[in-house]
Design a protein around this ligand. Structure first.
Ligand code: FCB
Length: 467
């Protein structure tokens, strides 16, 4: 009996100590917003304020890529892949209306625009460049420059030409040079107008959604494939980075990629299963990538589920800056299922956005701290809220910018902030239901209108520029 009591007590002590350790080491930061003055923010005078979009989401007629194929496909049960069978179609017709949209940027007072070039328009068939498409992007950059807005180009934002998909896309290491060649072609044409380049948008999201959850193309559910694709995407960045650096203008260009950071916090702080899983997801989604660029080792490993390892010393410091895309965090809850051993649950005390993301500005502060492990300048390349009713946008903007200002105050090297997004647009698997735009778009008339909740962003940007 006494031995049972002794073992029980020891286990209890062990459990409580472990919980205290986890809590201290990985706290879920919370601020008391009632006691905070969100107007107490300060940004350096040369801070770069911008807005962001991506080609497939705004341009229109991107009909030769993996996403257009996905929009026309159905799942095993015959259901459309995109909510209510929506398709990107003409989107915001930004391809034709970019001049008008640049005027909208000027009205916001921003000095930078992050957008992506559509690979499937520039290289519709393997090795065949479309001069008119390239000219179009050159005109966009010229128009931006003459409006006093600095372009930041993303070379791959979730989409790729169908021919590249048919070759196996980023599942195949041998395809990486095809991507690097595309990057070189674009860079040679546009480097004189574009100081900042993102090679790839959110490699971890592309890999996780396309190969683990299966809600993005190609809709696979295979953790090992996700690990391999992530490894190949990171390699693709490294190869493209070095290829561009060797070109005329390469040394002067700022080249990085956009990393999405979602923290994974335990849903039940007392539950060891939730703790272990949340820690594991942080390791896979975030730390594995930081380690690759800090030390050249990529380790994507979870016993019984996935094991991908890779080394490339050329990855070390293959970054002039890092782009941070931040929206929120997830609460992880253990689920007794071998293939997907967790779900994301939402504690009821959180303010939710229209996406399954909570308003969590403290996480933005945490994310800046976490990504600063890479020791390169940081640009926030995306941050924004889906809010169709426009009743949380102002609170979101004020609190997130307060958190960012706090990160700067604590010494982090954040150079700029790009709001996602300039316009309402095609939100991938969610279609047009999500309203991320500072400007709402009426898709029947293509009319744009500044949302009331976005006015505080304009106020902050203009106040900052004047100070
Ligand atoms: C990011 C994507 C971007 C947009 C926002 C809401 O993950 O990079 O295209 O969809 O989410």
């Amino acid at each position: 009996m006494t031995i049972v009591v002794l073992i029980g007590s020891l286990l209890l002590i062990l459990y409580v100590t472990a919980l205290m350790y986890w809590q201290r080491k990985f706290p879920e930061l919370r601020w008391d917003w009632d006691g905070i003055d969100v107007n107490d923010i300060r940004f350096p005078s040369n801070f770069l304020w911008g807005v962001a979009t991506a080609a497939h989401q705004v341009e229109g007629n991107c009909d030769n890529n993996n996403w257009s194929a996905w929009e026309n496909a159905v799942d095993a049960a015959g259901q459309p892949r995109i909510k209510h069978g929506q398709k990107a179609g003409l989107a915001c017709d930004h391809w034709n209306r970019y001049r008008e949209d640049i005027k909208l940027m000027q009205a916001l007072g921003v000095k930078a625009y992050r957008f992506s070039v559509e690979w499937s328009k520039i290289e519709p068939n393997e090795g065949e460049l479309n001069a008119a498409a390239m000219r179009h992007y050159r005109e966009v950059c010229e128009e931006l420059q003459s409006a006093g807005i600095q372009p930041m180009i993303t070379l791959h934002h979730f989409t790729q030409p169908l021919w590249f998909d048919r070759l196996g896309a980023f599942e195949q290491e041998k395809n990486i040079p095809l991507f690097a060649r595309f990057c070189e072609n674009v860079f040679q044409e546009l480097h004189d107008l574009v100081p900042c380049w993102c090679t790839i948008n959110e490699p971890e999201v592309y890999a996780a959604q396309g190969y683990f959850t299966g809600i993005f193309p190609p809709g696979k559910k295979d953790a090992n494939a996700a690990g391999l694709v992530l490894k190949n995407l990171l390699e693709a960045h490294v190869q493209a980075y070095h290829a561009l650096k060797r070109l005329p203008g390469g040394a002067q260009a700022q080249i990085g990629f956009a990393k999405n950071v979602f923290q994974f916090d335990p849903y039940r702080y007392w539950h060891p299963g939730d703790w272990i899983l949340s820690r594991r997801l942080n390791l896979l989604f975030n730390d594995s990538i930081f380690d690759f660029f800090n030390a050249g080792h990529f380790k994507f490993h979870t016993p019984g589920l996935v094991k991908v390892e890779h080394h490339n010393s050329a990855a070390v410091r293959a970054l002039d800056f890092i782009g941070l895309n931040y929206y929120s965090h997830f609460h992880v809850k253990l689920k007794w299922d071998r293939t997907t051993p967790f779900t994301f649950a939402c504690p009821s005390n959180q303010i939710m956005t229209d996406m399954p993301f909570a308003v969590y500005p403290e996480g933005f502060y945490r994310a800046v701290k976490e990504i600063s492990r890479l020791n390169v300048p940081i640009y926030v390349t995306e941050n924004g809220i889906a809010d169709a009713k426009d009743d949380r946008r102002e609170l979101f903007i004020r609190r997130y910018l307060y958190a960012l200002s706090q990160a700067l105050k604590s010494g982090e090297d954040v150079r700029g902030y790009f709001y996602w997004s300039l316009l309402d647009n095609f939100e991938w698997a969610e279609g047009y239901d999500m309203k991320f735009g500072l400007y709402g778009v009426d898709f029947a008339t293509q009319k744009r209108k500044l949302r009331d909740g976005a006015r505080c962003f304009v106020e902050i940007v203009k106040r900052d520029a004047a100070s």
